[in-house]
Design a protein around this ligand. Structure first.
Ligand SMILES: N[C@@H](CCC(=O)N[C@@H](CS)C(=O)NCC(=O)O)C(=O)O
Length: 214
């Protein structure tokens, strides 16, 4: 059955891998599933046809036969459940890998998004220079904890899997502001993710959309 995902017609980051269709592309590349991409403009995101697929008017969405999904965590979980390569067979190991997926989107990503908002949307506010250090500290708290847990391991819990795919995707947003480099073990962890051939293929495909002449 054909898999179709949605992605930005023009990504705000210019196709540097931060738009969240990257996670889905990466997962599909890891498990070797071909997919099609439907590009969506910002206007179309908020129109009825797209809202029927995604109640919050965002990308990415995922369609396969009569299944339509939104939320990257749910989409990557679905892909990992259906195809070998991203979740372990052992029940306990599998449960722990799923816990890391939730940790990525529910515990680590929120302060990172708060930081992005504080930097991009609130920089002109008179209170920003007081709030920004607090927000940065909340990110650093999480990174300290995560770095401690990762230690010298390559991946969070055994072999690379869906938990790492989601966690590395979430951490990537911290590369440009420089915070990730304060945590060499996490920076190396993200670099290992980026070095995976499946990641490279996904990145190149997303980047090509934004490089295409209009
Ligand atoms: N929690 C959602 C977040 C999706 C999301 O924020 N998508 C962004 C692009 S990376 C978007 O569509 N932004 C446009 C908007 O919210 O209007 C997920 O993980 O799928």
């Amino acid at each position: 059955m054909t898999i179709t995902i949605t992605a930005f017609e023009q990504s705000p980051d210019g196709g540097r891998g931060l738009a969240r269709d990257m996670r889905v592309r990466w997962a599909l590349e890891e498990v070797g599933q071909p997919y099609k991409v439907r590009l969506v403009s910002f206007r179309a995101l908020k129109e009825a046809a797209h809202l029927a697929l995604h109640p919050f008017g965002q990308i990415p969405t995922y369609e396969e036969g009569d299944l339509a999904l939104f939320e990257t965590g749910a989409i990557v979980f679905h892909i990992a459940e259906r195809h070998a390569g991203l979740l372990p067979d052992d029940a306990n190991e599998r449960a722990r890998a799923i816990a890391w997926m939730f940790a990525a989107v529910n515990t680590v990503e929120p302060p990172i998004l708060e930081l992005a908002n504080a930097r991009l949307l609130e920089s002109e506010k008179p209170w920003n220079n007081q709030r920004l250090p607090l927000v940065e500290d909340r990110v650093r708290d999480r990174l300290n904890q995560l770095s401690r847990r990762l230690g010298d391991a390559d991946w969070l819990d055994g072999a690379f899997g869906a938990g790492d795919l989601m966690m590395a995707s979430v951490l990537l947003r911290l590369k440009a502001p420089g915070i990730l480099d304060e945590y060499p073990k996490l920076a190396a962890y993200v670099a290992r993710g980026e070095a995976r051939p499946a990641y490279r293929r996904a990145f190149d495909a997303q980047s090509a959309v934004n490089a295409a002449p209009r």
